[in-house]
Ligand binder design. Structure first.
Ligand SMILES: Nc1ncnc2c1ncn2[C@@H]1O[C@H](COP(=O)(O)OP(=O)(O)OP(=O)(O)O)[C@@H](O)[C@H]1O
Length: 233
């Protein structure tokens, strides 16, 4: 059994003639420690898949297992502990608490997890040792995204889910953030899933999963992924 098995998942919204299938029988797998990229156009179902994988949404049918645990049939209490302990989230717009410092933002996440890492050390790992006492508004977009990544990593998650993590950043800063995610995957052995509509990022993945109209149209293993600094777009 693969580390992540997303099997024949349907996610339906609405009923009758108005029913929409955001996911329409989507299936893919990801192995432990891989950096997977989910690529697809707007509306292809990427965010819906990520939300289900993160225990933030549920499938209408199909099954989703992570590390042997069936999250598609988990109850709300089980999903709460799964979201807290097992999954780190990184979003396009950082979602930091504005009136807490960088360190306090990371501490907040660490406090709710049983197996968390030291917040200051985690901020140092993402290159922010000198900015811990700054508030989000005093940091650049790239620095705020680093805080968000530190916040996710301080939970010591099995799985890091990133939804368009460079969508709000300029080209160079975006590349640095992707480098950080690629390095984190390699160094810490965390399974990382990045969703993007930017097909230029495809070569950096260990596994490339293409979504179209709620289905997976292609899944490719890339044994020698390209380091992000060698990718131009
Ligand atoms: N709560 C909802 N109610 C109704 N339809 C929804 C809902 N959430 C998503 N959808 C629809 O499901 C489809 C897939 O949406 P999803 O956000 O997963 O796509 P996406 O690939 O992440 O797109 P984007 O790159 O624009 O974020 C879209 O047609 C969307 O309008």
């Amino acid at each position: 059994m693969a580390y992540i098995e997303f099997s024949n998942v349907i996610k339906a919204y609405g009923t009758g003639e108005a029913e929409i299938h955001a996911l329409d029988g989507a299936s893919f797998t990801v192995e432990r420690g891989e950096l997977a990229i989910i690529l697809g156009a707007s509306g292809a179902g990427k965010t819906t898949a990520l939300n289900i994988l993160g225990g933030m949404d549920t499938a209408t049918s199909g099954s989703v297992t992570v590390d042997g645990r069936d999250i598609s049939h988990a109850n709300e209490g089980e999903l709460v502990s799964y979201r807290r302990a097992d999954v780190g989230f990184v979003f396009q717009f950082y979602n930091l608490v504005p009136n807490l410092t960088a360190l306090e933002n990371v501490e907040l996440a660490a406090q709710i997890c049983p197996d968390s890492l030291d917040p200051a050390e985690t901020l140092a790992k993402v290159g922010l040792e000198a900015r811990m006492d700054n508030f989000p508004a005093q940091l650049s977009g790239g620095e705020q995204q680093r805080v968000a990544i530190a916040r996710a990593l301080a939970k010591n998650p099995k799985l890091l889910l990133c939804d368009e993590p460079t969508g709000a950043l300029d080209y160079q800063t975006g590349k640095q953030i992707l480098q950080l995610l690629q390095d984190t995957c390699r160094r810490e052995g965390i399974t990382v899933i990045i969703i993007t509509h930017n097909s230029a990022l495809a070569p950096m993945a260990d596994r490339l999963i293409r979504f179209k109209s709620g289905k997976v149209t292609d899944e490719t293993l890339q044994p020698s992924p390209t380091p992000i600094e060698q990718i131009e777009w």
